[in-house]
Design a protein around this ligand. Sequence first.
Ligand code: HEC
Length: 197
Amino acid sequence: MKLFNIFPAPIRHLLFISSITMINAQVSLAAPLTYTDIAPILLGRCAMCHMPNGMMGAPPENYRLDSYAETISTTDRARVVPGNALASELYRRVIGHAKPRMPFNGPPYLSEPEIEHIGQWINDGARDANGIAAAEITGARIRLHGTLNNQRSLNGLNLVINSNTRIKKNPSIGDYVQVRGSVGANAEIIVDRIKRK
Ligand code: HEC
């Protein structure tokens, strides 16, 4: 403590704050993931195709994965629904619920921890490199693929089906389907059309 007291009060104050910060850093195992945590995966395994003039020429599905802004962009439709990994085609493609599974040139696909990180990053709010959560995207269009577990669940994703929903080709439980719709106020998926593939 003597050593501490050789500093004038304002500096002691700063030292105190920084020691609190250090304590926080140590208990930050559950801190929300940010783009910095997953950028190496996207840039290393995805961007070579999902960029202009990439391995496939134009970005497939016009979807770029070479920057944060492009990854969470809702132009055309949202592939990331902040706060809802299962409603995000990005996550569905890497875990294999949606086909073809990504990366398209796999196997090897992403490792389980990498897939988990991507899901966690989305569920934590798809934060940018500074830790700022992505804006809500209520009303954005989505297009998802997966298997119906029950009439209202796509691999565990709850589907909002109402009188406006068009049901095509009589999909039943166990079928692989395409869902088109939009994002509701609580990041839920409101289905416009569900179609057996
Ligand atoms: C070798 C090239 C290639 C690589 C590498 C690749 N993709 Fe793709 N990606 C494609 C192609 C081609 C499609 C369109 C496939 C289809 O649906 O028929 C696609 C489609 C997608 C879609 C669907 C977009 C939409 O609008 O529905 C997502 C999401 C996606 N990729 C994410 C990824 C992620 C994440 C990675 C890395 C883990 C990745 N891709 C790596 C070629 C690639």
